[in-house]
Design a protein around this ligand. Structure first.
Ligand SMILES: CSCCC(=O)C(=O)COP(=O)(O)O
Ligand SMILES: [Mg+2]
Length: 261
């Protein structure tokens, strides 16, 4: 077994979700189709609620920022002109969401609405968060060894808490010291990793970030975090240069903590 020796200065392990703790197939074949199939019904049921209107405002703002992109669907303002107008705005939101999802965009606006749509599916037991089998036992071991464990995903903090709170392993939220999403910044920007360290109250070099995406690993490394790239079944392939540059792990069991020497 290949071993990644965790440097002694590391006190925090920061985890990506999709492709790292959780199979990409779970996200693509379960989570995303649920949103695509249920977004219209969700909007109709929750339209009058403050939270739903905040989600729409964020999506509208995002659509304005995206106005130069091919295929963008603008979201008109509602002027109080009756049910037909509401239906038109809802259809624009549905089309915008489908367009963003066809590009697998990671905008805060999309991720926030997705999290709200998944809430009912988790609460009713229709969906349960899934993890690679090494994930939960390894995190328990790291915590026993005194490591802090945090999540950083493009999925909203609310969506993260649903995934870990309603999972095939039960409610495992207690395993995490905290959660970060794109509200702290995008995962391919090094400044986000500086902000995360500062919010945890440590230096960036006290953190080991595990992700499947080399652009994210690169941004974290630029901020002086330690990184390892996680290679899981179903993940995108790596180039030969990436394979030789990054430390690679195929299971969390390959991390060797200083205290385990
Ligand atoms: C609970 S996260 C749902 C998955 C998701 O929406 C996503 O974008 C995952 O991105 P990640 O940054 O974890 O690769
Ligand atoms: Mg990922």
């Amino acid at each position: 077994m290949v071993v990644f020796a965790v440097p002694a200065e590391v006190a925090v392990i920061l985890l990506d979700i999709e492709g790292t703790t959780t199979p990409i197939t779970y996200v693509k074949d379960t989570l995303f189709p649920y949103v695509k199939d249920n977004v219209k019904e969700y909007l109709r049921a929750h339209w009058e609620e403050e939270e739903c209107q905040q989600d729409i405002s964020l999506l509208r703002k995002q659509a304005e920022e995206d106005s130069n992109l091919d295929g963008v669907v603008p979201i008109p303002l509602e002027t109080g002109n009756g049910e037909d107008e509401v239906e038109q705005v809802i259809q624009a939101v549905v089309d915008n969401v489908h367009w963003q999802m066809s590009l697998d965009r990671k905008t805060t606006a999309l991720k926030q609405l997705q999290g709200h749509i998944w809430r009912a599916a988790y609460a009713t037991g229709h969906m349960k968060g899934e993890f690679f089998q090494d994930v939960v036992p390894a995190i328990r071991k790291w915590r026993e060894a005194g490591m802090k464990v945090y999540i950083y995903s493009s999925g909203s903090v609310e969506a993260q808490k649903l995934l870990f709170g309603y999972s095939t392993e039960g409610d495992i939220l207690e395993l995490f010291d905290g959660h970060f999403d794109t509200k702290i910044g995008h995962k391919v920007e090094s400044e986000s990793y500086r902000r995360i360290a500062s919010s945890i109250g440590c230096s960036t070099n006290n953190v080991l970030f595990l992700t499947d995406v080399t652009r994210e690993a690169n941004a974290a490394e630029e901020a002086d975090m330690h990184v390892a790239v996680v290679v899981r079944p179903g993940n995108a392939g790596l180039t030969d240069d990436e394979k030789s540059y990054y430390s690679l792990i195929t299971s969390f069991n390959e991390l060797f903590l200083p205290s385990s020497t």
